[in-house]
Design a binder for this molecule. Structure first.
Ligand code: 13P
Ligand code: SF4
Length: 303
């Protein structure tokens, strides 16, 4: 990347503040380019748990910054745009989960990381798109399993593990924009391309996949595979990194319309503002944090 005035200022201030910039794979290219680490939800949680920096600038959506704050309460976690939320996470409240658990008192409760801290506090174990199958497979003794909030991820995990899951009716509006017709059209244009699909997609899209992967799983596959062309069925922001890491390969978005508006709220200007003002801070109250951390720690022990 050629440093601009703005990125150079961010670099200087980052040192002065002893800060690290973490960015999700769906962030704008200008944000990915100034990040110390870009990654999927699991990688970013692990990086937050390990960092020695005093300040974590989280470029992603609110539940991700909350997860970082849950894992490192002694660090200051700030978001350049605290209004960046995840609509799927907002589809399940703690009250709704409490009511579902009351209907299934013996069930083990698994929750996607795309949930609020209050919901995480009610989980037995957390999961991300890269370890959801392993997490459910680890629950050998469980008679009943609640899996929230993503019904499509639940459906995929259920098919992979052979376990019946009690699902919630949540979904990602961005992944829902990708259709089976999109994949078939792209396959017609690029018959040699491998199809990589995110598990937040509906079953009929997953059925057309060569590989079902988290965002960083796609990055790893793209680097290691002999395939020269890939159709990418997830949020389009990931294409930036894929192209940078693999200049000799071609990546075709399954659907250009698969854009997560919340992931695009963060810009370099806002990152500079947040480093200057050390805002907007994301914190979770102690009791919720302790309970939520148990579910995240249990996940981190699995994979
Ligand atoms: P991963 O990056 O963990 O695959 O998650 C995708 C997502 O939608 C995050 O909001
Ligand atoms: Fe939430 Fe979907 Fe956006 Fe990810 S892509 S933050 S799941 S709305």
């Amino acid at each position: 990347m050629i440093p601009t005035d703005l990125s150079a200022k961010i670099g200087e201030l980052k040192k002065k503040r002893n800060a690290v910039i973490l960015a999700h794979n769906y962030q704008l290219p200008e944000v990915q380019d100034i990040a110390d680490l870009t990654g999927d939800s699991l990688e970013l949680s692990r990086a937050a748990a390990k960092t020695s920096a005093r300040v974590i600038v989280f470029c992603g959506v609110h539940f991700m910054a909350e997860t970082a704050s849950i894992l490192c309460p002694d660090r200051k976690v700030i978001m350049p745009d605290a209004g960046a939320c995840c609509p799927m996470a907002n589809m399940l409240s703690a009250q709704q989960l409490a009511a579902l658990k009351a209907q299934h008192p013996g069930a083990v409760t698994v929750g996607y990381v795309n949930t609020s801290a209050e919901v995480k506090a009610l989980l037995d174990v957390c999961c991300t798109s890269s370890n959801a199958v392993a997490v459910v497979n680890s629950l050998k003794e469980a008679k009943e399993i609640i899996f929230v909030p993503d019904k499509y991820l639940a459906d995929y995990v259920s098919r992979q593990t052979g376990r019946k899951l009690i699902a919630w009716n949540g979904f990602c509006p961005t992944h829902l924009k990708i259709t089976a017709e999109d994949i078939m059209r792209e396959k017609k244009f690029h018959p040699a391309a491998k199809v990589l699909v995110h598990p937040e997609c509906p079953a009929e899209v997953i059925a057309l996949a060569d590989e079902v992967l988290s965002t960083s799983g796609m990055g790893k596959y793209a680097r290691q595979s002999k395939a020269k062309e890939m159709i990418i069925a997830t949020e389009v922001g990931i294409i930036h990194r894929l192209k940078l890491d693999n200049p000799d390969k071609e990546f075709y978005p399954a659907a250009e319309r698969a854009v997560c508006p919340n992931m695009k709220k963060t810009t370099q200007e806002k990152v500079l503002w947040s480093l200057e003002n050390l805002r907007e801070e994301v914190r979770v109250d102690d009791e919720t944090r302790r309970k939520a951390k148990k579910a995240i720690d249990r996940m981190l022990e699995i994979k």
